[in-house]
Design a binder for this molecule. Sequence first.
Ligand code: MF3
Ligand code: CO
Ligand code: CO
Length: 269
Amino acid sequence: MINYDELKKKYERLGIEVPKREMIKTPEQIEGIREAGRINSLVLDEVAKYIKPGISTQDIDDIVARKTKELGAICAPLNYEGFPKSVCTSVNDAVCHGIPNEKQILRDGDIINVDCTTIYNGYYGDASRMFLIGNVSKEAQDLVRVTKEALELAVKEIKPYSRLRDIGFIIEGYCKRHGYSVVHEVGGHGCGVDFHEDPFIYHYGKKNTGMVLFPGMTFTIEPMVNMGKRGIFLDSSNDWTIYTDDGSLSAQWEYHLLMTEDGLEILSK
Ligand code: MF3
Ligand code: CO
Ligand code: CO
C-alpha cells in the first residue's frame, strides 16, 4: 500500500493535483471490487453466448437480469437515477445509454454495445463490449477494432504516477489518426465502492496534465468513438439515450481497471 500522506506532500510541492484520500481503495475494498468485476464479466460472457440476428434488445436485458440473479448479484442500472432497465444496449448510431426494448430487433450488419454494471457484496463492476451482428461492413468492423485498440493502448501505456489527462491524449490521438472522432461529453469514472465516483476520466486531453494517478485507484476507461463528427444529442423522448448528431456509427468499449504498482490491472472487460 502507498504512503498517501508522503506522496501527497511530494506531488503538491510540484503543483500537481493529488487524488482525494477516498479515491485510494483499501486492500479489502480492492478484493471486493475485483470479485464484482469478475462476476460482471461472467454476465457479459453470457450475453456473448446468445447474441445474434433476430433477438431483441429486451432479450439481452432478460439474459443479463437472469444471469446476474443466478450469480447472486444485482444489476446496477435498474432504477439508477430512473433508468428503467438492467443493462444499456446501444445500437449503431447510439453512442451510449440505449434502453432495451422488445421492438428493437438486432439485424444482420448491426453493431451493438452492451454495457453491464454489477453490484456484488456491495461492490461495483462495470464493463462493456461491442458485438458484431451477422455480417458487418468492413468500415464498421474497423471502427469497433480501432476503438478497442485505443483503449488497450491507454491501458498498456498508463502507469502509476502517470497524469490523468494522458489517458485521453493517447485515446483521442489514436482515434484521430484513424480518421475517427471521440465523444467529449461522456467519460469514464472512478468505480468500485459506488457506481460513478470521482475522478471523471476524460477520453481527450493534453499530455502531462491533470491529476497524478496513484496505486489503489479503481476506475473505468470507456471511450465512445464516432465514425463521423464527435457531436451528439440526447434523445428527449427518454432523456437517456445519446446518438451521434450526424447519424454516423459509434463504438465503445469499457474496461474496469485497478492501478497497481506495476500498471493497470483489468478487473472487468
Ligand atoms: N454503465 C454506464 C457507465 O459505464 C452507466 C450507465 S448508467 C445507466 O458508466 F443508468 F444508464 F445504467
Ligand atoms: Co458501463
Ligand atoms: Co462506466
